[in-house]
Design a protein around this ligand. Structure first.
Ligand code: NAG
Ligand code: NAG
Ligand code: NAG
Length: 462
């Protein structure tokens, strides 16, 4: 499924007052008609065929990771020419292994969120700030403004986003005190093997397994190592392991299986060397929460964890990432019929004993960013820009369950799940179902109307 945290086409929805895009603004992509240059101090950086963005830094970025704004009308989701090979920040391609320097933080024991202030994700904050002028209703605008200070995760869904992690971490370090940065690791080769169109930048056929390690994980680790005072919490690879539990009948998933496992193993081990607290993605109640899937899921997580040498950074699992389920539903949504685990708390309570039996740490974080309203979907599997969705419970350590470390907002609400344009190359029919909000823009780009509904339907209200 599409759940890109790709960034937004902000300037397309506000009147252009000058010819340059602001920091984190769009500056290129197929059919982009806005400004193609960026304000001083930022560089227009190619992220994918649909999106180039003004990222901090001057144009000293290696040419291999920067492409001019795309004006071609060829909408190929993945092209080998777009593969960034940004190795300049890495020590000769040889990853850090067993001997971490003394300054490297050890992985925190206990709830990693306890006592820490979450540094606001600057990219999402910029998106929300840019969305405000287009909101005419004053009360809605005031509510929307509050969203800019709610912590969301920063999705590292392309190598080109890695320099922004440096900016984000530097701000956290400069703020001082106990600061926490939240990231999503999301760039596996042949990513999203069960989706109708793959949108990852790495393919197994094009050396993706090696590039995932050297150009992606090693580059992230090198940045995190620079800021030992900042704690990092990561969600690891949404959908990938759940797809290996339920979707191996899909040849794309079967073909990706061994590379998914070796890549996630590498990520767990290397992120542990720099103290990153990790939650592997575990789908949601309507996926791995079906009783028949619980034990196979626990066994997959546990075998991966054990064969990786039980990396100390692995704290548990993340559920409901970019989905719409309630943590605690007031009553079962009719679409969940047949599954006793009809909400995330039932799923977590049912999975926990299976994890303990298999030998995997049973701590959780749960995404509630778009779970404010319930009983909206026609089928549980529907995931695209659900009509009437509202922002949900704010991130909190007051979770009501000893198994849950924190309620979090992993999905940056307002970024589209996928386009409803039937002629677009990445069209997925899920995005024009009767319960999807239409017309919807390309996955990852800003969806102003959807954002405004999230604001007005927020529960609890903003
Ligand atoms: C871009 O615009 C052209 C002309 O309208 C159209 O043919 C093409 O399909 C568009 N591409 C995308 C990805 O929307
Ligand atoms: C594949 O995964 C999807 C979730 O993306 C799930 O709804 C579906 O049932 C799975 N397919 C099979 C055959 O298990
Ligand atoms: C839908 O996509 C087609 C093909 O990419 C494009 O030509 C058209 O302009 C798009 N329509 C809208 C409303 O964006």
């Amino acid at each position: 499924m599409f759940k890109f945290a790709a960034l937004a086409a902000l300037v397309s929805i506000i009147p252009l007052i000058n010819a340059q895009s602001p920091i984190y603004g769009q500056c290129g992509g197929i059919n982009w008609t806005g400004p193609k240059t960026c304000v001083a101090g930022t560089t227009c950086t190619y992220l994918n065929d649909y999106y180039s963005q003004c990222l901090p830094g001057s144009s000293s970025t290696p040419a291999s990771s920067t492409k001019p704004p795309v004006s071609s009308t060829t909408a190929k989701p993945v092209s080998s020419s777009t593969k960034p090979v940004s190795t300049s920040t890495m020590p000769g391609g040889s990853p850090t292994t067993s001997s971490a320097p003394a300054s490297t933080p050890t992985v925190a024991a206990g709830n990693p969120f306890s006592g820490y202030t979450i540094q606001i994700n600057p990219v999402y904050q910029a998106e929300v700030v840019a969305a405000l002028p287009a909101i005419s209703d004053a009360a809605t605008k005031a509510s929307a403004a509050k969203v800019e200070n709610i912590p969301t995760f920063f999705w590292l869904d392309a190598v080109a986003r890695i320099p922004t992690l440096d900016t984000y971490m530097a701000a956290a370090a400069a703020a001082g005190g106990k600061r926490l940065v939240q990231i999503v690791i999301y760039d596996l080769p042949n990513r999203d093997c069960h989706a109708k169109a793959s949108n990852g930048e790495f393919t197994i056929a094009n050396n993706g397994a090696a590039l995932y390690k050297t150009a992606y994980i090693d580059a992230i680790v090198a940045i995190i190592k620079k800021y030992p005072s900042v704690r990092v919490v990561a969600v690891i690879e949404p959908d990938s392991l759940a797809n290996l539990v339920t979707n191996l009948s899909d040849p794309n998933c079967a073909a990706a299986q061994s590379v998914y496992l070796s890549s996630v193993t590498y990520a767990m081990q290397q992120l542990t060397t720099v103290g990153v607290v990790q939650y592997l993605d575990a789908g949601h109640a309507g996926w791995l929460g079906w009783p028949a899937n619980l034990t196979p899921a626990a066994q997959l997580f546990a075998s991966l964890y054990q064969s990786a040498g039980k990396p100390a950074g692995v704290r548990g699992l993340a559920t409901n990432v970019a989905n719409y389920n309630a943590l605690v539903a007031a009553s079962p949504d009719p679409i969940t019929q047949g599954n006793p685990n009809y909400d995330e708390i039932h799923y977590i309570n049912a999975l926990s004993p299976a994890l303990q039996a298999s030998g995997f740490p049973d701590h959780f974080i749960v995404d509630q960013s778009r779970s404010g309203q319930q009983n909206l979907r026609q089928q549980w599997g529907d995931w695209c820009n659900i009509k009437g969705a509202g922002f949900g419970t704010r991130p909190t350590l007051n979770t009501g369950s000893a198994l849950i470390d924190s309620i979090v907002w992993v999905k940056p609400g307002g970024e589209s799940d996928g386009t409803s344009n039937t002629s677009a190359a990445r069209y997925d029919s899920t995005c024009s179902l009767p319960d999807a909000t239409v017309p919807a823009p390309e996955a990852g780009t800003w969806f102003q109307a959807f954002f405004q509904t999230l604001v007005t339907a927020a529960n609890p209200p903003l």
